[in-house]
Write a protein that binds this ligand. Structure first.
Ligand code: G4P
Length: 526
């Protein structure tokens, strides 16, 4: 197959949702359609149990298992689908944000009963930063949820998305009859089923057809006619270009657990979802069709099992052809590296691969050479951008409990933060070290790993900071600010200046008092 065709056949995406909306269930149904798994429950068993929050070792153990399902590749109707898993647990939200830098589009699952939830808001914000195309799947129509018009309204308002319904539900809960496909004027009748079978579809070109009343009942048919008239007046045909620009989101309704509406979603997805897209670097834009290989590391997974302490770095191929046993330039370290056992993620098995194409994700065994965002090329020096770090939510000071092991502690903390477990801030002009995380769990992970892997012991003193803000602006204004606010000024791992604000009030006050300074809550700003 030609290089162009290899690229054209790929779709790389992630499913995102607030926990419990049905991400795992939908993932599993998609895999069933792709023939990647035969039995329902295969993905589910890898899911981090929501009740395991107090036991991070258990979570890590399950995360270990889930490396195999971090990327799920399968073929469906001549399309090669790379589905990147995102951890549902909120303490691993940073992992999810980074994974979103490696996909070309997302499917957002919304629970029809709960509507828009906390995590959804954050995830959509990250998508918006990159104009990632979004398809919405409204799930759990078999339950008594919110009215579809109210839901659409809520999603549009709360998430600031423009929606475009592709299908429309007929009643819900016990009375759920199915969905009307607005795109190809057909009726999908609801039958509860766990298996991947063909859906029960009836073409109904003219909504006045009496067949509709026969199939869904008179009252439901009348309601549908009214709804569709309204919808057609407002929405018309989907503008695919607008979707690809991230401006309009097609919406489907269904019930993942009943495998309803999933095939329809998948069929439309492979038709409209973007092919592997190009990406920006610090020097230029890289198109996927360029002959020379480039790629970047978006995730590093460490194995906590002392018998297999290997790390896996996840590489997204951006352009050209990646090949096994070939030397590539590790741009940050300015050295050549090659990989004898790169692997792909076909159907839950780790297969050694010979080559990979743009849009693919390759697992690379790593002994500590990589950090998040590292770029590999065939020689050109560049760095992929667009992998921002977000302000942590919890801050604690790192206390060294064993001064004899200071070196080990420093090395350990550097490596763990390279992996993206947490963020390290060092006092500007001083020695204090502050660790910032999204969730409490990471502090436990750090403490455990520093002891197990580096033999150093530490404790944490909680600090009551609200946000870390990267500061830029006029040199004099920055110098003055740094002098006045000494106790709150830190440096991130790359030496950028960061202001730690005690509260929202403090941050707003500083913003007002310092018009010459910009306060950014992510590390990448243009
Ligand atoms: P997540 O990955 O987004 O966290 O959600 P997950 O798929 O695990 O689904 C959360 C719960 O919602 C599960 O129930 C799942 O069975 C259920 N669910 C998913 N899709 C539907 C649907 O279309 N209709 C209904 N009624 N429920 C749905 P659970 O009780 O937490 O787990 P389980 O014991 O059923 O496995």
């Amino acid at each position: 197959m030609s290089f162009e065709k290899e690229i054209a056949k790929r779709r790389t995406f992630a499913i995102i949702s607030h926990p419990d909306a049905g991400k795992t269930t939908l993932t599993e149904k998609l895999l069933l359609f792709g023939g990647a798994i035969q039995v329902a429950g295969a993905v589910k068993s890898n899911k981090i149990k929501k009740h395991a929050t107090s036991d991070f070792m258990e979570i890590e153990r399950q995360r270990g298992i889930s490396v195999a399902t971090s990327v799920m590749s399968f073929e469906y109707n001549d399309t090669l689908i790379n589905l990147l898993d995102t951890p549902g647990h909120k303490d691993f939200a940073e992992d999810t944000y980074r994974t979103l830098t490696a996909v070309d589009s997302v499917i957002l699952v919304i629970d029809s009963v709960n509507g828009v939830e906390d995590q959804t808001r954050k995830l959509v914000e990250v998508c918006r930063m990159r104009d990632t195309p979004v398809i919405v799947f409204v799930n759990k129509l078999d339950r008594d949820g919110k009215y579809p018009f109210d839901l659409v309204d809520e999603i549009e308002k709360e998430l600031k998305l423009s929606l475009h319904p592709m299908s429309w539900p007929i009643n819900m809960g016990k009375e759920f009859k199915g969905v009307y496909n607005l795109h190809n004027s057909s009726l999908n009748l609801f039958t509860a089923s766990q298996k991947a079978t063909e859906e029960n579809t009836v073409p109904i070109a003219d909504l006045n057809d009496k067949l509709l009343d026969e199939k869904v009942g008179e009252r439901n048919a009348t309601q549908l006619r009214e709804d569709v008239e309204l919808l057609q007046g407002v929405y018309g045909e989907l503008d695919t270009e607008e979707y690809l620009k991230g401006k309009v989101c097609p919406v489907f309704f269904g019930s993942a657990v009943n495998n309803f509406g999933v095939k329809e979603l998948l069929d439309t997805f492979i038709q409209v979802a973007p092919r592997p897209q190009g990406r920006n670097t610090d020097t230029r834009f890289v198109a996927p069709t360029e002959a020379k290989f480039t790629g970047f590391i978006f995730k590093i997974h460490a194995n906590l099992d002392p018998r297999h302490r290997d790390r896996v770095a996840f590489l997204r191929v951006c352009s050209g052809r990646f090949a096994r046993n070939t030397y590539y330039k590790h741009c940050r370290l300015n050295k050549d590296v090659r990989f004898s056992n790169p692997y792909s993620f076909m159907a839950r098995e780790k297969d050694i691969i010979e080559e990979a194409y743009p849009g693919d994700v390759v697992g690379l065994f790593d002994t500590g050479n990589f950090k998040i965002g590292d770029t590999l090329t065939e020689g050109e020096v560049m760095q992929f951008t667009g992998i921002p770090v977000f302000s942590p939510e919890i801050f604690k000071e790192l206390v060294n409990k064993d001064p004899m092991k200071t070196k080990q502690l420093e090395k350990g903390i550097r490596q763990l933060t390279d992996e993206g477990v947490a963020q390290l801030f060092t006092q500007h002009g001083g020695q204090r070290k502050i660790i910032g995380c999204v969730g409490e769990l990471q502090f436990e992970v750090i403490q455990y790993r520093l002891l197990q892997e580096y033999g150093s012991s530490c404790s944490f003193t909680p600090l009551s900071f609200y946000k870390a803000c990267w500061i830029t602006g006029d040199k004099k204004a920055i110098d003055d600010f740094v002098r006045f606010k000494q106790a709150n000024i830190m440096e991130d791992k790359d030496g950028n200046l960061v202001y730690l604000a005690q509260s929202e009030w403090f941050l707003n006050t500083e913003r007002q008092n310092n018009p010459g300074i910009e306060f950014h809550t992510t590390s990448e700003f243009k």
